[in-house]
Design a protein around this ligand. Structure first.
Ligand code: ATP
Length: 206
């Protein structure tokens, strides 16, 4: 029997934009996943790079953005976990939850590649799931050959096999936040329901 394929997509989603939904939809189709879970990261007080808006608002915006996508769901796993959530811990938790009949895919954008050597227990993470790298505008086409000495040839082969050629969508949350704060038009960068939510709740200086 084929294993059930579960794609996990972590991030701050501050806010979720059409880049997130576009590449995740493409990855969902290309991997033949049965389910895709968005896993927003928790807001940590006084920490650099911590999300600007609350966990509650970011989760709500994800729900609005994926409402029309069959098979897409949002998980509050990292939001409700007291300790810092490392990707490996999250993957291990979902492995246990879905059991041996599931194969887990963890999605990252190409902007994460250079940072991977600093990720918590990265070698175990590569071993425990299919770490899938999606294309991203402004970043090189993903390639892991240079990490062979660090992680070994087998891990590099696995990473290379799991590169997903997603469409290039030139949108980032940081640019969106800047535009919102400056009162500029962002209607082509995010879902209309998410934009309404941002305006109604006066988020990002709106
Ligand atoms: P910021 O601009 O604040 O850094 P972001 O737009 O990169 O935010 P995140 O929530 O940090 O959004 O990203 C979550 C995941 O989605 C990361 O793995 C990131 O690489 C990926 N990602 C985000 N936007 C895109 C995009 N336009 N194309 C491909 N991958 C993306």
């Amino acid at each position: 029997m084929d294993k059930k394929r579960i794609a996990l997509f972590g991030g701050t989603f501050d806010p979720i934009h059409l880049g997130h939904t576009g590449v995740s939809k493409s990855s969902f189709e290309k991997t033949g996943a049965d389910k895709l879970l968005f896993i927003p990261a928790r807001q940590v007080a006084l920490k650099a790079n911590s999300p600007v808006v609350s966990d509650h608002h970011r989760q709500k915006m994800i729900e609005l953005a994926i409402a029309d996508f069959n098979g897409f769901e949002v998980s509050d796993y990292e939001l409700t976990k007291p300790a810092p959530a490392y990707t490996l811990d999250t993957v291990l938790c979902f492995k246990e939850k879905f059991g041996p009949q599931a194969e887990l895919y963890w999605l990252i954008g190409a902007d994460c590649v250079e940072d991977l050597p600093r990720w918590y227990k990265i070698e175990q993470l590569i071993d425990q799931c299919r770490l899938c790298t999606m294309y991203r505008t402004g970043y090189n086409k993903p390639n892991f050959d240079k990490f062979a000495d660090l992680w070994g040839i087998e891990r590099v082969r696995k990473l290379q096999e799991n590169i997903i050629e997603t469409p290039l969508i030139d949108i980032s949350s940081s640019e969106l936040r800047q535009r919102l704060a400056a009162g500029r038009d962002v209607s082509d960068m995010l879902d209309g329901k998410v934009l309404n939510y941002i305006k109604e709740n006066h988020l990002y200086g709106c």
